[in-house]
Design a protein around this ligand. Structure first.
Ligand SMILES: Cc1cn([C@H]2C[C@H](O)[C@@H](COP(=O)(O)OP(=O)(O)OP(=O)(O)O)O2)c(=O)[nH]c1=O
Length: 195
């Protein structure tokens, strides 16, 4: 346990996420936690503005733990979406969708929004972070190579900044890199410090 989060020493942290990236990143905060995930229907109601989708889904994931939390438990859920010209890009369902998503990001700037909900028996807080990511122009062959070799079907916007496409394609980012990977660690740390 990190010496900077001693307030949490009698607490049990639960990360409600299947994402291996989130699990790795949270370990990086020098914290002990368990992983417990409830399945949630992540379909997005059509009346929700793009900028609220990540917050909506992270709250929904938290609400799937209604009365299960013990007094000393703190639950963390999260959701990441890519927002391009006011449209939400979630996870692609197949190769063609992945291609269309990456093609639309090529040579342009988009936003990656991650929301994190932290909840115990007494309170619930949702944090949000936004990072602007710019891709240089990508050739169609490069996009297909990435999709076939890396199968980015578990990633919002069909890409991982931490993978080949990020290495060759991302020309600049404004904001937190870890937010793009799905977990704005600095905000989580700050919130846990004062929990
Ligand atoms: C844009 C981008 C997204 N991602 C990932 C982060 C998230 O894991 C995923 C978006 O899906 P999410 O629905 O946010 O999360 P998840 O289904 O992986 O996990 P869970 O709901 O159980 O917490 O996309 C990257 O790894 N790199 C990137 O550059």
């Amino acid at each position: 346990m990190t010496p900077f989060l001693t307030k949490l020493k009698d607490k049990k942290l639960i990360l409600a996420s299947n994402s291996p990236r989130r699990q790795e990143l949270l370990k990086g905060l020098e914290l002990e936690f368990t992983v417990k995930v409830n399945s949630v229907d992540e379909s997005i109601p059509s009346d929700i503005p793009a900028d609220y989708v990540a917050a909506y889904l992270s709250k929904l994931k938290a609400e799937s733990f209604p009365d299960e939390l013990q007094e000393n438990e703190i639950l963390i859920t999260s959701d990441t979406v890519v927002v391009q010209n006011g449209h939400v890009l979630g996870k692609p369902n197949n190769e063609d969708e992945a291609f269309d998503m990456i093609k639309s990001l090529s040579g342009a700037t988009h936003k990656v929004m991650t929301a994190v909900t932290i909840m115990d028996r007494l309170k619930r807080i949702t944090l949000e972070d936004e990072t602007k990511v710019t891709f240089r122009f990508l050739e169609e062959e490069e996009i297909w190579h990435y999709i076939r070799e890396y199968k980015p079907f578990d990633k919002a916007g069909a890409y991982g900044i931490q993978e080949w496409i990020g290495f060759i394609g991302v020309s600049s980012i404004e904001g937190s890199y870890y937010n793009v990977m799905g977990f704005p660690l600095h905000l989580v740390y700050e919130q846990l410090k004062k929990w």
